[in-house]
Ligand binder design. Sequence first.
Ligand SMILES: C[S@@+](CC[C@H](N)C(=O)[O-])C[C@H]1O[C@@H](n2cnc3c(N)ncnc32)[C@H](O)[C@@H]1O
Length: 401
Amino acid sequence: MEYEDEENSRLEMKNQIKQMVRQVFELELAGHRDARDLYKEELAGMLIRTDDGSFTLFSEERNNEEESLHSKYGAFSESYEKFANPSKLKEKSKSKFDIRVLDICSGIGYNASAIVDLLKDDAIELEIDMVESSIETLAATLFIPDLNEAHTYIKKYVESYLIEKGYLQYNKVLSNIPSNLHINIHIVDARDFIKNLSKDVTYDAVFLDPFSPDKSPELYSVDFFKQLHNHLESDGLILTYSAASAVRSAFVHAGLDIGEGPEFHRSGGTVASKDVNMIDKPLSFDDVKMIALSDVGIPYIDPDLSDNYDNIINRRQEKREKARFNYLFPSSSKLPLYLGVNPEEISDENLRNKLNSYVQQMGFTSLNDPRILAILDIDKTLSSKDQILSLHEQLSNILGL
Ligand SMILES: C[S@@+](CC[C@H](N)C(=O)[O-])C[C@H]1O[C@@H](n2cnc3c(N)ncnc32)[C@H](O)[C@@H]1O
């Protein structure tokens, strides 16, 4: 059996766990009926129990850090709170019969299990495209203790896929998949999946669940989000746990309205839609200023959806360096939050001097220079997207760019 080159630039589950899964594949294909049972305990030793009793796994290292696939506060609770519930599909299923979900970075299938569980009693046809780059991570699903009935349906789909593709050969998962549930598994880089997706396919919800943006930037670029935009229903929602300025600005540059995602231990996350009425909670004006006026709001770019990690990271870094003090304020010391403030009100003298020197390097007299006040003078009843675009335009006009 051929496996993907481990030097690919995507961040995935630990190689040590991948190796174990491959050994299970080999043994089962060699005719060992109990191969999965043989490795059950060893694999269980790699699982991390999160606060709600559900499990997660760790990634390989990137920048000397490993990242868990889910929140330590509760892997499955996070799937419910950050993806299934805020997708608004429970309400939508009352008026729409065919519901389609794109589950990007499907991992061990918790997000898919959460939405199936949420909609299990509804009279709908539910179709989910699960997209995951690592076949071993998909297969690890079979070793995760059952959460609920919905989770066993996902496991059954995973097992059938692995048998169909020749990785396993025995039917061992006991589950009766309901006839109104349709799951398509795609083992591929999510960028290739979306590039090759037929134009007429649209989704009611997109679960965007890669590792964090500085570790998996390829799935947070403007270019990737433009593709998601093309495949989103007019009232569809994209959900991510990331609240990073670069991610939010990428949504705006892709033409999407944005708002705060629901709180779950980690920061609130972000929701995006083509329809501003689908957004319940706009961003705070502080967040809007950070995104629109400082270098931290420069998004990731991946023009052909095929660049490697280093190129995507370095391209943004170079842009930030060029922009800082030239056409954008620096994000250092959270400068954008102090724009318009009377410097006398900043009691910390060091901070006051630092912030004033930053704006002076850009040709302003102080933090409350009348031209800064003019930049900030936008219509606050606008949507978060339009506030970001207006502020950005005002800054460019004042700087004569
Ligand atoms: C944070 S985990 C997702 C957890 C998952 N949503 C769940 O419910 O279990 C991120 C996953 O993204 C996958 N991944 C990383 N880069 C990818 C890419 N470019 N395309 C598709 N999947 C990717 C990793 O293999 C990993 O399983």
